[in-house]
Design a protein around this ligand. Structure first.
Ligand code: C5P
Length: 324
């Protein structure tokens, strides 16, 4: 029999953001999606999902922090519905869930916060209901919800291929390495579909460059790199995102911001996913925090351009430690 106290305690999950250290487009698929070769890492920057079983009614979703839009179109709501449908016929009761989502990850930013929330919601809902789905079924549901969701279900740094559903776990960082990452997200949402459409319409990078870097880096990162080695590779990594020209055509002012950050910080500046989040790698989180302060000051003083109606989101974070 199910323990009633377990059902009453909320289930809590931390849903990390991701960063693409490389992103190569290696083909177009017959389903209209693009085939990728991308090295992705989970970050310490994370949303927090808390979910509790309700005696009756409908699923509810309350959010705080960044506004992810209406609950009906939230991937968390869809993930819960999907998990419930997948459990149908299994004998597991799937009562309504009350969900609280604290969004610390900016929305439509290339950090996959919504996808991470969805992966966390599948896992948390199964625990709250005491239900079980095979790894295959969970992976299928994740891929159905979105191209980035399977990455979060697997957890840890990975080489991501196919549409996003083929994952090869990578060792990632070695030793006590804790490099810092500076994130700068201008307050202009970039819809992934628009950025891929701009790429397909011709806003492409020089072919092959990102792919060569991505393949080489995946094998290096697969056996483990120190923080210093990661910092040394920042220049090639920052040039290894095939979606940069497309993101620049969708987000006016992105190129000017990237140039201004390069000048201000004297570091290579990369783009995460389809953007518009820009990143820089530092030897430590403290160094990244100092850089964050100088970016905020420059934005306040108007010495660097910041597209959007609000100031950009500026944060210092790090790569989430993994047990691999
Ligand atoms: O899977 P997801 O909903 O995140 O994708 C959003 C859009 O981005 C897709 O509808 C598609 O236009 C584009 N996309 C793509 N190739 C991928 C991932 C996304 O073309 N590998």
């Amino acid at each position: 029999m199910t323990d009633p106290t377990r059902r009453l305690a909320p289930v809590v999950r931390i849903a990390p953001a991701k960063l693409n250290l490389t992103l190569a487009i290696v083909g177009r698929r017959s389903d209209g999606f693009h085939a990728l070769h991308s090295v992705m890492v989970p970050l310490a920057l994370a949303d927090r999902l808390s979910l509790a079983v309700m005696p009756a009614g409908d699923d509810t979703l309350h959010t705080s922090g960044f506004d992810p839009g209406p609950p009906e179109s939230n991937l968390v709501t869809k993930a819960i519905r999907g998990a419930r449908a997948a459990l149908r016929g299994s004998g597991t009761a799937t009562p309504p869930l009350a969900v609280r989502l604290d969004k610390q990850i900016p929305v439509a930013a290339g950090l996959a916060g919504g996808s991470s929330d969805a992966a966390a919601a599948i896992d948390a809902a199964l625990e709250a209901w005491g239900g079980e789905l095979t790894q295959e079924r969970q992976a299928e549901l994740a891929a159905f919800l979105g191209s980035d969701v399977p990455f979060f279900l697997a957890g840890g740094p990975a080489l991501v291929e196919g549409r996003g559903e083929r994952l090869t776990p990578l060792h990632g960082l070695r030793g006590d390495a804790q490099p810092g990452l500076l994130l700068v997200t201008p307050a202009v949402a970039a819809r992934t579909a628009d950025v891929f459409a701009a790429w397909a319409a011709g806003a492409m990078a020089e072919p092959g460059v990102a792919r060569r870097t991505s393949e080489h880096f995946a094998s290096e990162f697969g056996s483990g790199l120190t923080g210093r080695q990661l910092v040394e590779r920042a220049g090639v990594l920052a040039a290894a995102n095939d979606l940069l020209p497309a993101a620049a055509s969708v987000v006016p002012g992105l190129v000017a911001l990237r140039r201004a950050l390069t000048r201000l910080l004297g570091r290579p500046i990369g783009l995460s996913g389809s953007g518009p989040t820009l990143w820089a790698v530092y030897p430590s989180v403290d160094a990244a925090s100092e850089a964050a302060t100088s970016v905020r000051t420059a934005v306040d003083e108007g010495t660097i351009p910041a597209p959007g109606e609000r100031p950009p989101f500026v944060a210092a974070t790090t790569i989430q430690r993994s047990d691999r």
